[in-house]
Design a protein around this ligand. Structure first.
Ligand SMILES: *Cc1c(COP(=O)(O)O)cnc(C)c1O
Length: 373
């Protein structure tokens, strides 16, 4: 067998990520690779920082794009901020909340879990109660947009409660950034991480993160080194900032950062509010179409994520058969259920460039065909 160049099919990506990447972003990706310390590249990194500050709605100087996927962004927040002396409250309402608890356990900190229902938003009163019972708690973490279930939590209120109890907040915005309202400074979020391949519609493998002044102070004043060398942000800070001189830390994924720059520029040109509104409008159109097929949402209407639509698989319908049919006949990818919803739900993404009318129409008609078959 001779191995030849790999040329993938043109798919429509409507799963939980990666989402469709626009031709504009793919074309940015193929521009000439230059050195990662080339003054031209350093100038572009500065623009990525400022575009990310816009996307996050923050003035945090420490706002960068980590050279690794969203999972590394999660780990970077925990590993830099949390020590064995800390008590971390984690709100769990899906797979990614569970992953946060794994991070806390591995760091040897005290873990307190706010057990939530899968498919529902985090209950602010449950957080309030846990914080009253645990006065030593100094961190609160939660997932803004739980991609495993399609539930959107009220990040603003959760951060208010955390702050009232003198806790710093660590927020997962992997799926929320660019798709729903998110205001890092107004809501007082201390550490936040996202991913390039969800509503930013960029290629996978980059994690935008931002630390508030309070979080940055913790990193600077640590007495023990961060247990991960690669994710130690005190070292990464010298690479992403430092007027004029940048210290080599690792080789940035140069072309992927061109792509991120382009996707963030597209977001800026569209306008954040417009992007949030577009996701909502496409979600409403999709919800109508899904209802016409008799498909039911897992999450109650007021807690639904526009960019991730989780529906119950109807009785007697073969999950794998339907998804394979969509992929083979329509080049359409939708997501399988994850964790507690494995085999029981489909997750239909409307993220970034994928949140368009033609995708909604394709998904509804293809699903209709598949269900009839
Ligand atoms: C996708 C996702 C992650 C993980 O991101 P990767 O880039 O796959 O590592 C974390 N949290 C949430 C909410 C996600 O949707």
């Amino acid at each position: 067998m001779s191995i030849q160049s790999f040329i993938p099919k043109q798919r429509t990506l409507m799963g939980p990520g990666p989402s469709d990447v626009s031709p504009q972003v793919l074309s940015a990706l193929s521009r000439p690779t230059i050195g990662h310390l080339d003054p031209l590249f350093v100038g572009m990194m500065d623009e990525v920082k400022s575009l990310l500050q816009y996307a996050f709605q923050t003035t945090n100087p420490f706002t960068i794009a980590l050279s690794a996927p969203g999972s590394a962004g999660m780990e970077a927040c925990f590993v830099n901020l949390v020590t064995p002396d800390d008590t971390v409250v984690v709100c769990v309402n899906g797979v990614f909340g569970v992953r946060m608890t794994e991070n806390v356990k591995r760091l040897g900190a005290k873990l307190v879990v706010v057990e939530g229902e899968w498919g529902r938003a985090v209950d602010p009163q449950a957080l309030e109660k846990v914080l009253q019972e645990n006065p030593s708690a100094n961190f609160v973490s939660f997932v803004h947009a739980e991609t495993s279930t399609g539930a959107l939590s009220d990040a603003k209120t959760l951060c208010e409660i955390a702050r009232k109890h003198d806790c710093l907040t660590i927020v997962d915005a992997v799926t929320s950034l660019g798709g729903v309202e998110l205001r890092v400074d107004d809501w007082g979020i201390d550490a936040i991480y996202s991913g390039s391949q969800k509503c930013l519609s960029c290629v996978p493998g980059i994690s935008p993160i931002s630390f508030s002044e309070r979080a940055t102070e913790i990193v600077k004043n640590r007495t023990h080194p961060v247990p991960s060398w690669f994710l130690d942000q005190s070292l990464v800070m010298a690479y992403w900032s430092g007027e004029g001189k940048r210290a080599y830390h690792h080789t940035a994924p140069v072309n992927s950062l061109y792509a991120l720059h382009e996707s963030l520029l597209m977001l800026k040109n569209e306008g954040l509010e417009n992007s949030w509104a577009r996701h909502k409008a496409q979600h409403q159109a999709l919800a109508k179409g899904l209802a016409s097929l008799g498909l039911e949402f897992i999450v109650p209407e007021e807690e639904r994520l526009p960019q991730l639509n989780a529906v119950h698989i109807p009785e007697g319908v073969d999950d794998v058969k339907v998804r394979s049919y969509l992929l083979n006949e329509y080049n359409l990818e939708i997501g399988a259920g994850l964790g507690a919803f494995a085999g029981k739900a489909w997750r239909i993404g409307l993220m970034g460039y994928a949140a368009r009318s033609e995708n909604v129409a394709l998904c509804v008609s293809a699903l209709k065909d598949a269900l009839q078959k």
